[in-house]
Design a binder for this molecule. Sequence first.
Ligand code: GTP
Ligand code: MG
Length: 213
Amino acid sequence: MQIAAEFITSVASASGLPRDGLSELAMVGRSNVGKSTLINALVRQKIARTSAEPGKTRLANFYRVRRGTSPPMYLVDLPGYGYARRASGTEVRGAAAIEFAKLTDAFFDQGRGGRNPDGTTGTKAIGVLLLVDSRHPGLESDLDAWAWLSSTGRPCRVVGTKADKLSRAEKVRHGRELESLFDGPVPLVSASTGEGMDELWTLIARLPKPTAG
Ligand code: GTP
Ligand code: MG
């Protein structure tokens, strides 16, 4: 399957969010869980910057992606939550933390509309992938994020990352635990080995049509 992907924009605040009406799929999850790496694995290109240090992605980065004959969409790389320190050792608190929260809130704003390619104005169709580290099912911050995301009414699915780090037995055990915690199927994927990537594309294609809003 042919995949075309290009970086479109980096957004620091609500005013910069694209309003062109393309549907969006947002990567949400703890810092360092593998959001940017998963985008690269999905599109088979190194378009998103990754790092072993948490806190790499500071802005909302929009990538326009077209897979096969499907309509184009944005994959959106959002800043991660739940890390206490920057590489410099200073804590991300106060103004910086508030900026992150504001950006995420604006991103999920129910009322965010857009102009469609045909010139009509429409509402954004936003789906969400909540990425959790498959080695650590049930972290409080992930459960909190899930509860909050569910409350936004956006279609949301959970994906377990870094599956290459699990033994066969752990895959079964953690897989079951994740499915019971998040009340539905949780594919385990690895950007390193490519495991689960086709299943993930299938899941993306089958996300329920987001409700207008
Ligand atoms: P922030 O931008 O800080 O929110 O982090 P992120 O969620 O975008 O994480 P990123 O993609 O930068 O990856 C963090 C680290 O995890 C990097 O060192 C990656 O190489 C590593 N990583 C990501 N995916 C995988 C995976 O599937 N398997 C393994 N073994 N490592 C991975
Ligand atoms: Mg990142």
